[in-house]
Unconditional design. Structure first.
Length: 403
């Protein structure tokens, strides 16, 4: 008797890892486990579990993984390559013809190894794209378009994207980049947006929150989250400098990553009175913190359309806040903000245009608040149920395909 196809997810990040990627992948695996046997091959310490005894629970197999510190780039490359090889062997040992094997793009070495193992076992292949290389490296200024690394990655991508049965993207700005590769089938590309990780509810600005007590009459423009290589944190600081004499506007900046380090250095040197720096708040205080600001800023670098994940956008929508995003108009974040009329889209790395948008938002607080109400309504489109149902449908159809 032919065995039913299984879903195999190969990933470095999985609960109990607290990253956004792990949270999303955990929800996806649990949703797909409702339809078919699901096995997660995880590089996260402590993620392993006994074999599931009931439907709806994935089996999680922990794969040994060495995690050097973030600043040790050479060691991190060695570690990610070693993990890719271990996961290659884990998939090769377990996958059967007809199974659906999915990987993610972090670390960047993983998709090539997992897709090769799955094809050798005649399993169906899927890739969830969170970061697109070498485009992310080029946008971050780490590599040049014509560098050996960029050319090698494009060559590898040509094989990878043609080999996949399904490519899942979280932004509508990604397919045009994928279709530049010869032989990629547009029908294999599926858009499934991320979802908000906070309860959806418009929250009026809380005058009792300590941020508003410190600045009771001012318009609070906020920045928070991971400020990585694809984000232009300095642009926000430069906008604050341009608005330093506007007593009605105050900036609340928080986060982590290279951009956060840059912001702390800039503020230490200039000590702008209209800027407050805050360390990230605990997860259970995030909704209250986001609701304290009048509008939130997402500053991208140039040429990151299709490259950078707009995940934080959905949490801003969930609490009902207008968004000011510095990005190309065709990026997923730019498209969502413009389509729903929930904020402002300004050119990336343009402090003057960003400062003007913040001034407009502060000048008509009633209109900005209304945009926030519309944001909470728009957030209802980005729910876990809606997205995971889409993942279930795509994977189920792959498992039923005999092609």
């Amino acid at each position: 008797m032919e065995k039913a196809p299984r879903f195999i997810l190969a990933t470095e990040f999985y609960p109990p890892d607290s990253s956004t990627t792990a949270t999303y992948l955990g929800a996806i695996a649990h949703a797909i486990a409702l339809d078919m046997k699901t096995v997660v091959l995880s590089g996260t310490p402590g993620s392993g579990s006994p074999p599931a005894t009931c439907k709806g629970m994935p089996d999680v197999v922990e794969i040994a993984n060495w995690k050097p510190p973030k600043h040790a780039l050479a060691r991190r490359l060695i570690a990610s390559s070693a993990l890719a090889m271990r996961l290659f062997w884990a998939v090769y040992r377990r996958a059967r013809p007809g199974d659906v094997v999915m990987s993610v793009t972090s670390p960047f070495t993983l998709p090539y190894a997992i897709t090769l193992a799955a094809r050798l076992r005649r399993a169906r292949t899927a890739l969830l794209i969170y970061d697109l290389y070498p485009e992310a490296l080029v946008a971050a200024g780490v590599a040049r378009q014509t560098s050996l690394v960029a050319r090698a990655l494009r060559l590898a991508n040509g094989w990878l994207f043609r080999s996949l049965d399904a490519i899942l993207v979280i932004g509508r700005d990604v397919p045009p980049l994928l279709l530049r590769y010869p032989g990629v089938n547009a029908d294999n590309i599926h858009f499934v947006p991320n979802w908000t990780l906070l309860p959806i509810s418009f929250r009026a600005p809380d005058a009792g929150h300590h941020l508003r007590r410190d600045h009771p009459s001012q318009f609070l423009a906020g920045l928070c989250g991971n400020l990585g290589f694809t984000h232009a944190a300095r642009t926000v600081f430069e906008a604050a400098r341009l608005l330093r004499h506007e007593n009605s506007i105050h900036f609340v900046l928080s986060g982590w990553g290279v951009g956060w380090t840059e912001l702390k250095s800039l503020q230490a040197a200039e000590n702008l009175e209209n800027v407050t720096l805050l360390e990230p708040v605990p997860e259970d205080q995030l909704a209250e913190f986001l609701a304290a600001a009048d509008a939130w800023i997402i500053p991208y670098r140039r040429n990151v359309a299709g490259v950078s994940i707009p995940s934080r956008l959905y949490n801003f929508l969930a609490v009902g806040r207008a968004v000011i995003v510095g990005t190309e108009a065709n990026s997923e974040a730019g498209l969502a903000v413009a389509e729903e009329d929930i904020g402002w889209v300004v050119p990336p790395e343009d402090p003057a245009r960003l400062a003007k948008a913040i001034s407009e938002a502060a000048a008509d607080r009633a209109a900005t608040l209304e945009r926030g109400r519309q944001a909470a309504v728009a957030a209802l489109k980005y729910t876990e149920q809606a997205s995971t149902l889409r993942y279930r449908d795509i994977v189920r159809r792959l498992g039923e395909d005999d092609g």
